[in-house]
Design a protein around this ligand. Sequence first.
Ligand SMILES: Nc1nc2c(ncn2[C@@H]2O[C@H](COP(=O)(O)OP(=O)(O)OP(=O)(O)O)[C@@H](O)[C@H]2O)c(=O)[nH]1
Ligand SMILES: [Mg+2]
Length: 355
Amino acid sequence: MDSDEMRHLIQNFSLDRCERGSQGFNRILIQLFGLLGHGKSSFINTCIYVWEDQEFKNYAKSLGIDGGHTKDRLPYKLTENITLVDNRGCAKMDEREYGEIYAQLGNLLPLGKTVEWAQGFGLVERITRAEKEIKSSDFIFPVFIHSVRNEITLQEKEDLKSLFHTAQMLTGVFPIVVLTRKTAGSLTATEGIFRDIGVERIFSFENYTQEDHMKTRGKHEELLKFLCEVIKDVQFHVEKIPRDPVKETAERRKFVLNYVHEADMRAKQMEEEKQKAKEKAEREKVLRQQEEEMRRQREREEQKLQENLRRKQQELERLKEKESEEQKAKELQAEKEAQGAKKPNRFLSIFKSKK
Ligand SMILES: Nc1nc2c(ncn2[C@@H]2O[C@H](COP(=O)(O)OP(=O)(O)OP(=O)(O)O)[C@@H](O)[C@H]2O)c(=O)[nH]1
Ligand SMILES: [Mg+2]
């Protein structure tokens, strides 16, 4: 198909013209989801720029390197039957964050309103409040936006796998992946990871941005191909599978509410376990400190005893030495006295000889 034919297909697509009729759907809602700052808003700008073929405008207010800019769930009407939705991105892959993603993806939160990122009870309340505003006639088509600049870790790959499978369960469609910043990292490696997860269709773009919106045929054609692929996929699902949008919306709501509740319980349980482990570690630390203090005390007492013993022994030795010296002196004295008794008197002998 050349560009004109693709444009014709996109412009004239209507769910009513599907084989089984629209089955209660009246427009495609292309739901963009993904992490903060990966190029969701820029992709919307790119879609509008290519589709309208006019001056570049920052319609979706793409901004900031680190993301976190888009806070509303805003719809951008492309044709009578195709609308793009710029959802609020999530900061990390985390089971509790997924509740919010599923609520947006499942179209259970109102369009055109600020998304107050929430978990647990707050989210349940918002879903319940939005029930009357939600149209079940939207055919939800999930499109995951990922920037090639960000490498995917093994853990993230596992998280993405479960995210994509739930997205399929919720919407009936396995998400298409759009890779942005396609020259900012390894495109082949990133594509490989998404293929491993089970993604069948991957498109890669260098988005048109405020700084660089020089038109290229490659980008234009790739974007039109992307839209045609979405249409063909929607036709497949509406023609081949009997659908009941009202029942599906109710089931989606039930699933997400259950998910949020269970994720909240699991997170609370994990927090409790973490707290218990922290307290146990704290107790063990105190115990170890006490044991160490007792060991040191024992060492000090032992040293004192040894010192006393040593002193006593020294004293004993000194006493023994003194005793033996005294004994020796006594013996010497006795010897002297004994010698004195044996010697003749000198004066007496002189006197005798004079006589
Ligand atoms: N070079 C280049 N820059 C891009 C591309 N896509 C997005 N950007 C830039 O990346 C930044 C973030 O893009 P956004 O489109 O705002 O991302 P986002 O996913 O909407 O972000 P949040 O709404 O904040 O979650 C902006 O400065 C864009 O100009 C791309 O394909 N190539
Ligand atoms: Mg944005």
